[in-house]
Design a protein around this ligand. Structure first.
Ligand code: DGL
Length: 263
C-alpha cells in the first residue's frame, strides 16, 4: 500500500492546492484533511493556531503515515510551519502568500494581499514583501466572510455577491488601492471563488496564488517515490462529524475524493 500525500486545511480551501497536485501526480493517493472542528482559523489567535496545528498533524501522521504533508493553508503556514517541521520527521510543504510572483507581474507596482485576518497581520508577510516586493506598495486586507463564501459555494449554495464586493473594496478603498493591478489570493479558499471576484472587480485585475508552485515542490520532494499503476484511493477526512459535511460530497468527488471519513 503506497503512502499517501496528506493535504491539510481548516476546511475545503486546500482543494485549490489539491487540484494542481493531482494534475501533476495523478497516481498519488491523497488524504485530504479538513479541520472543520477548528474552522475557521483566520479569526483565531497565533497561540491557538500554533498549539492546534502541530498537535493535530502529529495525530494525523500517526494515523495515515503520509509520505509528505502539504499544509494547504496560509494561516496555519505563516504561523505554525516552523513548529510543525520541528515536531514531525517528514517533509512538510507550506503555503505562503505568492507575493514574489505577484511582484514580478505587477505593472503598477501596487499589489493587494487578500487573506484571512490572521494571515495579513503576520510578520511572515512583512518579510515576503521586503524580500520580493520592496519596490511595490503592498496593501493588505483580511476577510472572514470570503472564507465562509467559498465553503458555502462548495456545499452547492450561492453566496451573497456583496461579500465579493466588500472583500475587493477592503483593498481598493485603502490609500493607493486604486492602483492595484494584481491581487495575491493569500488564503487557499479564495481561488475557489476567483471567478466571482473577477466578475465583481470593476477593472481588470490579475489574481495570483501559489498552488502551482506547491504542486511542483511536492512532485520534486517525492520524485523518488514510485506511485501505484492502479487508480489510487483518495478520500477526505473531517475532524468533526457534523450534518453539513455530507453537503460537500459532490464537490469533493469533483476533486477526486471518493468518500468522507471523520477522525
Ligand atoms: N484556507 C485557510 C488559509 O489559507 C484558512 C481559512 C480559515 O479557516 O479562516 O488561510
Amino acid at each position: 500500500m503506497a503512502k499517501p500525500l496528506l493535504i491539510f486545511d481548516s476546511g475545503i480551501g486546500g482543494l485549490s492546492v489539491l487540484k494542481p497536485i493531482r494534475a501533476l501526480m495523478p497516481a498519488a493517493p491523497i488524504v485530504y484533511v479538513a479541520d472543520n472542528a477548528g474552522y475557521p482559523y483566520g479569526t483565531k489567535s497565533e497561540a491557538e493556531i500554533a498549539a492546534r496545528v502541530p498537535a493535530l498533524l502529529g495525530r494525523l501522521s500517526e494515523r495515515f503515515d503520509p509520505e509528505l504533508i502539504v499544509i494547504a493553508c496560509n494561516t496555519a503556514s505563516t504561523i505554525a510551519l516552523d513548529h510543525v517541521r520541528a515536531a514531525l520527521d517528514l517533509p512538510i510543504v507550506g503555503t505562503v502568500p505568492a507575493i514574489k510572483p505577484a511582484a514580478a507581474l505587477s505593472k503598477s507596482r501596487t499589489i493587494g494581499v487578500l487573506g484571512t485576518n490572521a494571515t495579513v497581520r503576520q510578520a511572515y508577510v512583512d518579510r515576503l514583501s521586503a524580500e520580493f516586493a520592496s519596490d511595490c506598495t503592498v496593501i493588505r486586507h483580511g476577510s472572514a466572510e470570503l472564507v465562509d463564501a467559498a465553503e458555502a459555494k462548495l456545499r452547492g449554495e450561492t453566496p451573497d455577491p456583496a461579500i465579493f464586493a466588500r472583500a475587493l473594496d477592503g483593498l481598493f478603498s485603502q490609500t493607493g488601492g486604486d492602483r492595484i493591478d494584481t491581487i495575491v489570493l493569500s488564503c487557499t479558499h479564495f481561488p475557489l471563488v476567483e471567478e466571482e471576484l473577477a466578475k465583481t472587480a470593476t477593472r481588470p485585475i490579475r489574481f495570483v496564488d501559489g498552488s502551482e508552485g506547491i504542486a511542483r515542490r511536492t512532485a520534486w520532494l517525492t520524485r523518488a517515490h514510485v506511485w501505484p499503476d492502479i487508480p489510487s484511493d483518495s478520500f477526505a477526512v473531517f475532524t468533526r462529524r457534523a450534518p453539513e459535511v455530507e453537503a460537500y460530497t459532490v464537490a469533493l468527488r469533483d476533486f477526486g475524493l471518493a468518500r468522507i471519513e471523520t477522525l
